[in-house]
Structures are given as C-alpha cells and as structure tokens.
Design a protein around this ligand. Sequence first.
Ligand SMILES: Nc1ncnc2c1ncn2[C@@H]1O[C@H](COP(=O)(O)OP(=O)(O)OP(=O)(O)O)[C@@H](O)[C@H]1O
Ligand SMILES: [Mg+2]
Length: 643
Amino acid sequence: MSTTDTRTKETRSFQAEAKQLLQLMIHSLYSNKEIFLRELVSNASDACDRLRFEAIGRPELLEGGADLAIRVSIDAAARSLTISDNGIGMSRDEAVAHLGTIAKSGTREFFAALTGDQKKDAQLIGQFGVGFYSAFIVADRVSVLSRRAGTGAGEAIRWESDGSGEYSIEPATREQRGTDVTLQLKPAEDELASGSRIRAILRKYSDHIATPIRMAKERWDKDQGKYVTGEGEETVNQATALWARPRAEVSEEQYREFYKHVAHDFTDPLAWTHNRVEGKQEYIQLLYLPSHAPFDLWDRTARQGLKLYVRRVFIMDDAGELLPRYLRFVRGVIDSGDLPLNVSREILQESRDVHAIREGAARRVLGLLEDLAGNRQDDYAKFWGEFGQVLKEGIGEDPANRERISKLLRFASTGKDAASDAASVSLADYVGRMKEGQASIYYVTADSRDAAGNSPHLEIFRKKGIEVLLLTDRVDEWMLTFLHEHDGKQLVSVAKGDLDLGELADAEEKKTRERVAGDYQDLVARVKAALGDRVSEVRVTLRLTDSPACVVADRDEMSQHLQRLLKGAGQKTPEMKPILELNPQHPLIERLKTESAEGIGEWALLLLDQAMLAEGGQITDPAAFVKRVNRMLAQGRPPGARS
Ligand SMILES: Nc1ncnc2c1ncn2[C@@H]1O[C@H](COP(=O)(O)OP(=O)(O)OP(=O)(O)O)[C@@H](O)[C@H]1O
Ligand SMILES: [Mg+2]
C-alpha cells in the first residue's frame, strides 16, 4: 500500500495467516531452533544473487562496492545477533509485502492440513518452509534495517516486531544498500551470543552458500580463559558455488544442506545427481528429488523448475524451461557455460541450447529414477507414492522417453504379490507373471481402489487367476490413450469390447458361449426392446460369475469412467451408450426367461441401473430406481410377474 505516509512511524498488523504461522512455528520448531540462522543467511544470499543479476543491466546498482558478502556479528553485552548483507535490500513497500504476509502458493492447503498435533504439525511446517519468521524462535524482538539498491541513504526503512501480531515500520538511514536483521535474543538463548557456537551452526547449515559469510576473528585470551574478539575478519564458509566443485569434494551433508537452500525445503532430499556436461554444450547440472510432494504440487501457479546460473552468476529462479513439465517436482541448479548473461525468459523459450539442456536434464532424472527403482526400491516406492501421478504425464508428454517412463510406472493389482494397497507392480512384473496362453495385459479403471477391486468385470479374471492392474488415478485414462502396449503385449481394458480371452478360454467355455448365445437370443431381444435407446446393445457374457449383469463400452469407445472424468472436468463428451451384458449362469437371468413382458421391463431397468452403480457410475433417475427396488422387495418379485 503505497498510499501510506512514508515519513512517519506506523504500526500494522500481520496478515492473519502470518500470525498463526508464527505462533505455530515458535512452538513446534523449538527443538530445531538453530535453523533460524540458515533461513536468514539463505535470504541474505538470495539478496546478493538478485543484486548481481539486476546489476547486469544496471551496473550503477553496484555503486559503493561490488564485493558482495554476508556478515554475522554478535553483541554479547546486548545479547543480540545481526545478519547483514549488501545485497538488493528492500523498499518500504517490499518490506510490508514480504515481511508482514505469507505470499506463497499452497498457504490454504497448508492450514487445512494442520492437525493440532505438535509433532505432526512440526513436520508440516517444515515442508511448508518457515523463512524469515524463524527468527522469532530465538528472538523476542527482530528489527530489520534495509535500503534498496539504487535509492538514497535517507530512503532506508526500519521494520520491527516482537512477533506477537504487530510490526512497526518507519523511515531510517543506512549508509549503504543492503539489509541488517538484528535479533534481540530471548533470555534463554544466551548461548547463541557466542562466536564459536555461531561458527559451528554456519558451518553445519550454510557452508554451501556461494557468497562469503564473514565474522570477526576471535583469539584465545589466556588471562580471561575465553575467546575474545580479535583483529579483522575471516570468512567462515567455503564460499564457492557448491555445484562447481568436483563431486568428490562435496560431502553428503553438504549436498543435503544445499538442497534445503535451493528447494526452499526443510526436509532432506530423497536423491540427487550431479555432473558436468562437456562437449557441444557446456553446463553443470545438480538435480534433486524431494522426499515429499509440496502442498502446491497440483497448483498451476506453483513455483517449478530450476535455478539458472550462467557461469556462476545467478540469473533466475524457477526456470520451468529447463525441465519438461512432468518432471516439475525436480529441484536444483543448472549452470550454463554458453548462454548469454542477459538471457531472458523469452530467449529461454526459443533457445536451442536450452532445449538441449532440458533434454539432458530429463535423461539425467530418468536415469536417477531407474537407479532408485533398481537399487533402492524402498526409496523408489516413496518417490512413486509422492510423485507417480506426475510422472505418468510423461507418457503423453514425452514420446521420445515413453518407453523409459513406462518401465518406471507402478500399479496396484489383483496379483498375489500386490496384496498391499501400494502401487508396486511394474509392467515387467506383470508380464513375468502372465499365464500361459495369455496375450494381453489386463487393467480396470475406476475412481477408487475399492471400486476397481470390486468391479464385476474382474469376476472371470479372479476365477481364472489372471492378474488385473487396478488404475485409479485421474491421469490414468489420459495416459492410456498413449500407452497401448508393453513388451509386445497389448494393454486391454477389462471393461471394453467383447471380452476375448483368446487361448485362456478353454474349449468347454467356447461351446457354452455358442450354446447360450442361441438359448438367450429371445430374452436378449426382449431386454433390448424394454431398454430402448438407453443401451446400444444387449448380449450375454461369460465374463461374470457372481453378478447378474454389467455394462461395457465398445472397444473403440470411451469407457464409462473416462466419460465421467471428462464430464467432471466440465468437458463435453459425445453421447455414448453402454452395452448391457447379462450373465446367463446367474439365477436372476435364468428366471427372466419365464418372466412376463411387463416383468422383463422392470427387471431390465433394474439390472441396467445396478450395473451402472457397480461401475461407480450414476443412474439417470435414482428416485425411480429406489421405488422399483422397494416395490420388488415388498412383493418379493416385480409387479405382474408370474408366480
Ligand atoms: N536480507 C534480505 N534482503 C532482501 N530481501 C529480503 C531479505 N530477507 C528477506 N527478504 C524478503 O522477504 C521475503 C520473505 O523471506 P522468507 O525467508 O520468509 O521467504 P523466502 O525466502 O521467499 O522463501 P523461504 O520460505 O524458502 O525462505 C523474501 O522473499 C525477500 O523478498
Ligand atoms: Mg528465505
């Protein structure tokens, strides 16, 4: 709000969510309080990166010093700690917008997910990211003095808060551009006002920060028996871009901490891959798989993509162009040796270099996933649970890698080894377990695992012990329009077409089939007449064992499930009528043969509605269905039925 008076001190309230977040964080993260320093240093380093980038086009912003650095200083007497940087700084409006609110996608989902259970919520808040507010875990007062690069010394601002709901903001003076964040430590946090303690925390969490972090030197004073402030300053981190170091020189711990910085995540990554590509294109890639999905995985506006650097200079965050969309969960850094420093989003979209980088990154990530799937199966299962649905999009989006991706797919199934709910069966597992004479890979699609597992279409497969994959993700139907076969075996829906089990059907069954087709010709015609154009066809089937009837779609038509999905998404679907199949071995159907014309009409409608419901579908007139059922229950048979 730029209409406020910028010359006087003003007190404002935190945004309601920010207030709630603050309280929650102070309580749930106390056991992990040291992370406040990592968060503040991470912000200071981002501020230096942003200045370096803006200065490419406006070198005057670097006036007063191009040596970008972070300083951490301690005032033991005052019990305060200051984190300073000479980065981009904040204007008054920016401070109000960034320090008083949470401007993050996924905020609503985050609050909805809170349980009130401290342990669980601590985990969640870690996933959400705490950032600047983490200062209040250890401080009872935080003050920020900041001056935006390119503005005058008198245009600085001072922002202050005790974290209880309000903050003040007033004009101030700062000699140079940049930001000081000063924490007035809580009485119980005295131990943090110690140089050696702070050094240890910085080395642990912030060693990978490419900007130097400087502290006053300390020397041992024999007389006092403790460290005292010495002459000059020293750099306490390695201060080189971590991704530019050889792999052998980076420890696992450092990789993990670096991830938390680039990914704005709080939990450890699941896996990573780091390498330098040489040849026509030169670039470094350091790519991470997170261990959990963010709150905004399905939010189209969510941040995605990688951090782009050009020869160590930070260019932009969230460069979605560097990865295909179906890998949007990957985090990390690409550092290009070839792109110009003034590269813009527009150039990124057009550039052939960027295309090559994107393809390289996709191959690299798929390689990492293959490695997990082969050698770290528990981790792969974890990955699949979090991001499997997103990876499935790749089947349609990335034809060049379709085969590789299809090998990474995992499904729930009716197979013995897949009794658990987790989707754990690969297409190769399935093919390896196929029965003799089985030519196809069978699957069923439905809204939920239960609906899929109880589908009447599975009856014959159960009877014959043939495994069926259970597909219940929204993306599955779409994916299946691109995935027709695996290893030379067709993928076949159990709910489509005239089920032909090929060599799996024995000779006896083939005979029965022919016989019942003849026997039921008359009944089928009468049921069809009763249902009129509610169905496209009525026929007898051998696919059922327990249910009297089911609906199926024609081989080339959309399944009922896909029609529902499209309707749910507000899309028009062509009017497609189901085929009603009757189970000649079921007593109900057998009885129908001797039913009156009126009775057949009632039964036909009931069977159709039932079959639709069993599919997870909706019936056109639920009230009429209920009436019909009640009437039959009351009479023990449909009206007009012969006794
Ligand atoms: N030292 C700083 N210099 C300039 N701007 C800063 C500084 N510290 C914080 N900010 C601004 O405040 C915003 C909020 O910081 P905060 O740490 O809460 O979130 P973030 O860094 O964007 O994300 P994360 O939750 O991952 O830390 C930053 O995005 C930045 O715009
Ligand atoms: Mg931050």
